[in-house]
Every structure is written in C-alpha cells, then in structure tokens.
Design a protein around this ligand. Sequence first.
Ligand code: GTP
Length: 521
Amino acid sequence: MPLDRISTAAHDGATGPATSDLPPLPDALRQRLADCRSLPSLPAAAARVINIARSPEPRLADYARAIEQDPALTLRLLSMANSAFYSRGGNPVTNGLDAVSRIGLDATLTAALSFGLPRPGSSEALEYEYLCQRAVIAASAAQELAQHLCPHEAGQLFTTALLQDIGILALEAVDGERYTDHIPGIRQHQSLVDAELALYGCDHALVGAWLALSWGVPGPMAAGIIASHGPLIDGDPHCLCLRLSCRIADCWLAADSASAFSILLRQLASLASLDIVMLMTVMQDLQHRLPSLAKLFEITCPPAIDSLHLLAEAKELLFEQNLRMTMRLAEQQRELEALHASHVALDEQHRTDHLTQLANRTWLEKRLDQHFECARAADQPLSVIFIDLDHFKRINDRYGHRFGDEVLIHFAAALNNMVRESDIAGRYGGEEFLVIMPNTRRQYASLLADRIREYLATQPLARADGEALHVTASIGIADLEDGDFDCAASLVDAADQAMYGVKRGGRDGVGHYEEPTNPAS
Ligand SMILES: Nc1nc2c(ncn2[C@@H]2O[C@H](COP(=O)(O)OP(=O)(O)OP(=O)(O)O)[C@@H](O)[C@H]2O)c(=O)[nH]1
C-alpha cells in the first residue's frame, strides 16, 4: 500500500483530518463509515491534547491545562507519573503540570490516546479483552524494540502500535454481526486480514488509519498503522518495530506461547538488524513492565510467558547462528583460497611458455627491464646469455615437428637445472633461449655458457632411429659493462649480435659482445 499518500497535514497543524489523502477506501465502505454514528471515538480531553500536539510549539502548560479539565484523565496521568517506571524514587507529583513534565510530551499524548481506547460495539465475538491485551503488549513491545533500534521514535511507536488494530472496532461498529460472523475470530491475524479483504476490499489497517486521521492523530502515526501488517524485513527500523510488536503480542497470547515464540524466533534469525540477545532483553523488560501497564490501562494482566523455555530456545538459536556463521566463514575462506589458487595459476600461465614451462618472452622482458634499472641505479653487474640451437630446422624436417618439440622441452629442462636460483631462464622464441643473470659479470656468464655446451656435447637431447641425437648451440653473452646500453632491449640485442657472430663463425661456440670501435677514434 503506498504510504506516501498518507497526508501529514494533521500533524502539521491543518484544521481538519486529511482523510482524502489516504489510499482510497472502497466507496461503499467509506460511505458507511462516514454515516456510522457508533464509531469508536475519543473523549473530549484526549481530543484537546491531540489538538495541542498538532500546534507548532506545544507547551507543557497547555497540555496540563487541557488535561486538568478532565479529572479522570488527570488521575490517570498522576498515577502514571507516580508509577515505579516514571517516578524512579522521586517525590510523588500532585498536579497535571508536574505529571506532564515528569512523563514527557510523547507519553502524555499516548496516555490521552490510550485513555480513549475505544469501547467495544455490541458483539461479544470480538473478544474485547483479548484485543486490549494485544494492543498493550504490542505497544510496549514496539517501544522496547525502538529503544534499541530507533530510540528517538520510541514514544510515537508506543501510540502507533497501541492503535494499530483500531480498525477492527470500526469495522465491527459499521457491520456488526455480519463482520464477526464472517471473520475467523481475531486470534489468527492473517486469516482475519484475508477475510476482511474478501468482505470489504481492504483490511482493518487501512480503516484504522482512516479513523485515526479523523481523530486528528499525526499523519505519520496513521501511516504506521497501515504499515503494521507488512513483512518482517531489514531496512526501516520504525516499520520493523511495529510489525514485530504485533507478532510478539500474538505469540504472547497464543494458547501454546512457547511454540509460537519458537517459530517467531526462527523467522527472525535471518534478519541482520535483530540480534537474539537484544530480543531476549526486550522480552524480559516486557515481562517486567506488563503488570503495571495492565493496571494503567485497566485490563487483565496478560499471562506471563515461559521465559526459561524462551531462553533455552534463544540459546539454541544462538548456537545455530554461530555455527552457520562459522560454516560461512570457512566456506568464504575456501572460496578465497580457490580464488587465490586460480589467480596464481592464471598468473603462472601468463608468465610461462606453454611448451617448455620456462618463462615466456613477455615475462623475460618485464623482469629484464626491472633488473636493468636496478643494476644501473645500484651500479651492479648484469649479464644476459642468448642461446640459439643450431640447425633446428633440419631436426624438424627430418624427424617431424613433434619430435622437435620434445627436443625443445628436454633442452629447456636441462637449462633450468643449470642456472642458479637468482637467474631467470626463459624461451625467447622458436629455438632461442635467454638467461638473465643479475649481479653477474661476463666471466661467470661464460662459465654457464661453457657448461651448457658441455652438457649438449655429452647428453643427447633425444634418440632418433635408435641413435642418440646431439644438438649444438650458438651462445652470445652481453655484460652491462660491455657498452653504453640505454635500455634492457639493447642489452638483449647485444647478446643476440654476439650469438650471430658465433653462427657466422660456424656455430657451436660462445661469443662475447664487443662494442663496435668508432672508425674516427
Ligand atoms: N618443433 C618446433 N620447432 C620450432 C618451434 N619454433 C620454431 N621452430 C622451428 O625452428 C626452426 C628454426 O629454423 P632457422 O631459423 O632456419 O634456424 P636453424 O634451422 O636452427 O638454423 P640456425 O639457427 O642458422 O642454426 C624452424 O624450422 C622453426 O619452424 C617450436 O615450437 N617447435
């Protein structure tokens, strides 16, 4: 139901009730409500208090004057102000002004409205006592919940919850036995709402809001009455307090309240804004407050609930909640680890040459850039070795490409075993390999190049037609000290040039880069 259509005009000091701004009542019902002479009404003193509440700057003295015109209401307020809840050991108050200043404006308005708790119509089927008990429990529960969820609205929520079922009395006044005959009783609230919708096209919440506005209660309170039947969801604490308050009242008054509360607690376990410990505090405070409230509202005190059973249930729920949370945490941890593993795998894939599992060219170039900058900044040595397997085309042509692949894989594994932990060996392309040797001068790079050649000379990289296949390599070495290199790529080019020198010289050897001599010098 669109709450934004409820007018707040009454709250803002407009002269008449803004019933025209309510979501529309079905025509036939509206007419009957307008014609009904026995609708629940407020006593004159309560109406005066509401009028003062609607004024722009309500003053305590105005409230006190309005109240003192009605001795019964004055007595009610004095007894409220002197009750243990409000007096907190202070001196007894004896006049309206002191009573109003002790209990505050919100509670005064509440008292005035509750004083006007409408009387029942003719039908006994309505269980008026039950309705009053339900209203008082809901009002008190809404207020207690609000102390935790939206403290500044606690006073208003008490009154809204108190009036939330006022529409039931209005419908009974309008339709008498037809209403009570067609509803399934007032203890099953959802079935009651369904029956009202079928009978009138709207439920008692809308009728109640309409009636409350016609008394002049503030618009937001009327909106709250309509909202009171909605689902229990996180988000709006005001709505949650109201909606939960009547469910608590239903459970409190249920024939088997222990099971009713168990079911409710389990429904609530999924709400993030409610924690079970807070709910238990609310229930205990409620249990404690109800006898004095019942006295104040002159109703039979609702039966006490089995708080031991409720606590046991809550404990079990807490345990389940913790268990669920621990399981969720463990699951999240597993997901995180899986994500991390797949990230590592992806990263690995991104860096690795898929055939030889050595670093690929992109990664080699990236790492060389870093080492080049570091070596230059710290004035440290750096060498690279460029290795090109000789006559590789012949191997492919003779034994096939797949065989050639096996040779590359074998050589890559051998190369990886020969380099130090701090070196980076990778496949630069085709049958070309590069080794980055941080903090290494050409003499040590030379030793590695010799070891590679020695390995190739002694270890066959494959067997073909029953014969060992030996492969040779041409190796070029460049040291940072060998020239005036302006970037990492120029160092690789230098090693490449040195390797080509070896190729030109007949292959199977090691060459060092030499800076071309300037013919002019
Ligand atoms: N099996 C296999 N062959 C490759 C791969 N990448 C490049 N090659 C081959 O390597 C051979 C390189 O041939 P060339 O550049 O002519 O050099 P080469 O035959 O080794 O001769 P030199 O370098 O002059 O000694 C070509 O036949 C390429 O097809 C690969 O991933 N697998």
